[in-house]
Design a protein around this ligand. Structure first.
Ligand SMILES: *Cc1c(COP(=O)(O)O)cnc(C)c1O
Length: 295
């Protein structure tokens, strides 16, 4: 599932993509791994319904809808903001996968993880297995920790991933052999808090799963300068980069996650951030189902 080499001009760096976007379809991408043990846990706890939260373009909402459908769960998506008719393509696809969509206003949405709101949801929908917004919890970290098993350890020394909530990054830090370098590229602005969040996730995970806590962690780092103005913000240079990348490599990437990561990698390589002759593998985390611009 590795791509052919991707050329980084004027550097000694080799780069390939791990095509998670082509694995485990129709869920695909990192979301498959983040959901895997949540579904198992929901089954173990005898839940028949999954409930989760997201914005109107959430990859996580669609992935949850499809994963629920594939494994015979009901699913409920609590969507931030107001309903719009017709549904955008992400929500339409989630609905087609059987998800019930409910909308809550932004101020209520901010309180979604409080006891009060959870209680209200329980009254409205009965029992459900709750998956947080973005899908990040300790079960998601556990799933993501299995991603490095897909690649022979001898073929790379640095792994890179785009970062939204840090769940995938935390899992990779746990699952990677300790001698590997791990770089996350934050796609939102002011993402320094994600370093703390990721540390906390790793710590909580190791407490819950002591079997993992004996191994030393891979050295990980978070790049915070490649947000292009914020989450889902883009620029003409990022868009041009993505087009060029497609022409050169025939691999589609999108501007929200993988495009920013690839731009960052090219830029860091130019700036000689990586040791010479480094062998990089970057995760293609998916996200190509429906882009806001195609709506
Ligand atoms: C959700 C998502 C991410 C971010 O994963 P986190 O675990 O939240 O950091 C990266 N890429 C794509 C395509 C995603 O959908």
């Amino acid at each position: 599932m590795l791509s052919p080499p991707i050329i980084l001009p004027h550097t000694s760096i080799s780069l390939r993509l791990l095509r998670l976007d082509r694995l485990h379809l129709p869920i695909g991408g990192n979301k498959y791994f983040k959901l895997k043990y949540n579904l198992e846990e929901a089954k173990n706890q005898n839940y028949s319904t999954l409930l989760t939260f997201g914005g109107a373009y959430s990859n996580h909402i669609l992935a949850t809808a499809r994963a629920a459908q594939a494994q015979g769960f009901e699913s409920i998506g609590i969507i931030r903001g107001e309903a719009h008719a017709p549904l955008n393509k992400v929500l339409q696809a989630a609905k087609e996968a059987g998800m019930q969509l409910h909308y809550i206003n932004r101020s209520m949405y901010k309180l979604k993880h409080t006891k009060e709101v959870k209680e209200k949801l329980k009254q409205a929908f009965g029992g459900f297995y709750l998956i947080p917004e973005g899908g990040t919890n300790l079960e998601a970290v556990r799933g993501a920790s299995e991603i490095p098993k897909l690649i022979a350890h001898t073929v790379y020394d640095t792994l890179l991933t785009p970062v939204g909530t840090g769940g995938t990054l935390a899992g990779l830090a746990i699952g990677l052999p300790p001698e590997k370098q791990l770089e996350g590229i934050a796609v939102l602005k002011g993402a320094d808090f994600l370093k703390t969040d990721t540390h906390a996730l790793i710590n909580d995970f190791q407490k819950k799963y002591p079997a993992y806590s004996h191994a030393p962690l891979a050295h990980w780092n978070l790049q915070t300068d490649y947000h292009f103005g914020g989450y889902a913000k883009t620029s003409s240079s990022l868009n041009a980069f993505i087009q060029r990348f497609y022409l050169d490599n025939q691999i589609l990437i999108e501007p929200i996650y993988t495009g920013k990561m690839m731009y960052a990698i090219a830029d860091l390589a130019q700036k000689q951030y990586f040791k010479s002759n480094s062998r990089l593998i970057a995760l293609h985390t998916g996200g190509l189902d429906y882009l806001p611009s195609s709506n």
